[in-house]
Design a protein around this ligand. Structure first.
Ligand code: PBG
Length: 338
């Protein structure tokens, strides 16, 4: 049957949805999703050293920076009105347990102090995980509790709690555990509460998938596992979508204040589901490194318009239900919107 045999919908011609689109003023009036810098968080990579600045090849516009050079992006983040920054550290020395992450003189702790000195009002979040600090690159310490070498979940919990407390002592305003260990939020909550940081919120990477979209980040953070992969702890992309709800619920029960879905673009269904089923829970989405790099690479070739694609993607993440977005475009978006 060809098209013209189909009857027009019964509302036509009285109903014409194009009337909502023809005048730019009407389009603007009925727009519900608006990006705002206050809901964007900028990831930054702190690297041990002085006067050190190296662009991350797969993430143009992003750098490994020594603490002294973090002053510039931190003050810009504050001036642009960003919702905050999230700090990742690349230590001088890595070891089996990721000692630098728990050291009050560790790279992230130094970076936090610089951030708080530079822009005391800017929200400073730290990523709490072992993978950037361990010589094997896994998100916890290794053991053979299961009969083969694997991350020892329960032994890792204490280290994560110590990391979080050390970050808090350095001045972090919020901690964000990203290791997908069972019980990590509860262990960190107890650690913080026991160290007089019961006021400090936890943003949990609650539904974090084992994703190939993290590739460029692992170059940036020098955190690629030396052997194996992260599928034993990060979620399987093909698992029942509702498993994300269980992860979120467990983290909330353990004391998470905000929860995250990660990555973002390929997981908009998960974002939507969590937003709908967990109303009132602040929800973040991580627009991850691979999502950024793909657009950068295509834009460099003149194949797509970076700015338009970035804004469209971030808008989709908000529309799906994310209140907060962690994105490498945070500062760019703030400038584009200004
Ligand atoms: C650390 C961590 C990762 C990311 C954020 N925290 C990497 C990983 O799990 O391998 C990825 C962020 C990105 O790709 O932008 N566990």
């Amino acid at each position: 049957m060809s098209d013209h045999h189909l009857p027009a919908h019964p509302g036509f011609p009285a109903t014409r949805l194009r009337r909502l689109r023809q005048h730019p003023g009407v389009r603007s009036l009925v727009r519900r999703t608006r990006l705002s810098p206050a809901h964007l968080i900028l990831p930054l990579f702190a690297r041990a050293g002085k006067n050190f600045r190296r662009e991350i090849p797969s993430m143009p516009g992003h750098f490994q920076l020594s603490p002294d050079l973090l002053v510039e992006p931190i003050s810009q983040a504050a001036e642009l009105g960003l919702g905050g920054v999230i700090l990742f550290g690349i230590p001088e020395e890595k070891d089996a347990i990721g000692s630098d992450a728990m050291s009050d003189d560790g790279i992230v702790q130094q970076a936090v102090r610089v951030a708080k000195q530079t822009a005391p009002e800017l929200l400073v979040i730290t990523d709490v995980c072992c993978c950037e600090y361990t010589d094997h690159g896994h998100c916890g310490i290794l053991g053979d509790t299961t009969g083969r070498t694997d991350v020892d979940n329960d032994a890792t919990l204490e280290l994560l709690a110590r990391q979080a407390v050390s970050h808090a002592r350095a001045g972090a305003d919020m901690v964000a555990p990203s290791g997908m260990m069972d019980g990590m939020v509860g262990a960190i909550r107890r650690g913080l509460d026991g160290a007089d940081f019961s006021h400090l919120p936890i943003m949990s990477y609650a539904a974090k998938y084992a994703s190939a979209f993290y590739g460029p980040f692992r170059e940036a953070a020098e955190s690629t596992p030396q052997a194996g992969n992260r599928r034993g702890y990060q979620m399987d992309p093909a698992a029942a979508a509702e498993q994300a709800l269980r992860e979120v619920q467990l983290d909330l029960d353990e004391g998470a204040d905000l929860v995250m879905v990660k990555p973002a673009l390929a997981y908009l269904d998960i974002i939507r589901m969590v937003a709908e089923r967990m109303p009132g829970v602040p929800l973040a989405a991580y627009n991850v490194s691979g999502e950024y790099s793909m657009v950068k690479a295509a834009a460099e070739r003149g194949w797509i318009d970076e700015r338009a694609v970035a804004i469209e993607s971030l808008t989709a993440m908000h529309r799906a239900g994310a209140d907060i977005i962690l994105t490498y475009w945070a500062a760019d978006v703030a400038r584009w919107l200004a």
